[in-house]
Design a protein around this ligand. Sequence first.
Ligand code: SF4
Ligand code: SF4
Length: 332
Amino acid sequence: MKETVSFSKDAANLFFHILTGCNLSCRHCYINPDQHGTHMLAIETIEAWLRLFARRNHAAHVIFLGGEPTLHPELSQAVHTARDFGYRSVTIDTNGYLFHDILHKIAPEDIDYFSFSLDGATAAVNDRIRGDGSFQHCTDGIRSAVSRGFHTSLIYTVSQENIHELPLMPTFLAELGVKRFFIQVLGLRGQSAGVNHRDSRVSRTNWLQVVPSTAETAADLGIITVYPKVFLELDEPFECAGRVADNYFVFPNGRVYRCPLCEDYPIHSLCIEENQLISAGPINEKDLFALDIPEGCVMNKLIQPENLTYDDQGAPEYKIACCLLKEELRPK
Ligand code: SF4
Ligand code: SF4
């Protein structure tokens, strides 16, 4: 089975937002145009930035995303350039609309995965979150990609609105021919940081009841399944990917973050100026990664403290794991 974006310790991933525009307006969209701009990068800039990160880490995986990256008319050229530069794997994250005839402009050997986003096993649940017609478009897109020989994966962002349909997904994905399943926790950034969405996250009890067992079922059906633990027992080891991994979240305005939970704030640790990667001044996200707190993830405590509970002595009852370090279940 092919390897693609890696959520393990020592991983190196380039999450390359080549634009922020999108044809959908999902309720939990994490894009924040105020922080990351609204423009589409020129293909020359995309290639220059791909070169920049390829020089920095030859073993990195690249994931093209947006907004909706297939809205970029020269995405196929960007894919070919990433291959030429020797990236370890190339993935396109898409909402499934597959604009600009992308399935006909690249071949299955040009790309490791098309990664589709779907937030329900039925149109009723998915479309309430992602918009009318999006379930049909996404599943049609998956079928088209599979029939043309592409490997496909699927991202499911778990919330109160759709956790009840998560157990339906393994069988559905096996029928569609999806090879890899990413279960994602709803993070409070972009749209989902708004007051209307703060109660969309699932409780610890609900998460533990549903997510690990669904992941096991998917793996038993032959699908590689990746999910975040989210809630760690106090004696379980905690690590911050900002310290132990090599992730870059690159935006069209040149901001480069090492942690996605920081993306709503101007605390990026790097930025690209004149096609050079330079360190941003203090105080930035790196100063937060250096803090050790009993609650685990510092950014979680700062922006979504409702995830935590404390005992009578004021000690946390569990820790919150890094959202970038995940469990991976491989089929036996
Ligand atoms: S979550 Fe993705 S598909 Fe949905 S509006 Fe945002 S960028 Fe578009
Ligand atoms: S999510 Fe938390 S633990 Fe992970 S990189 Fe960000 S600050 Fe560190």
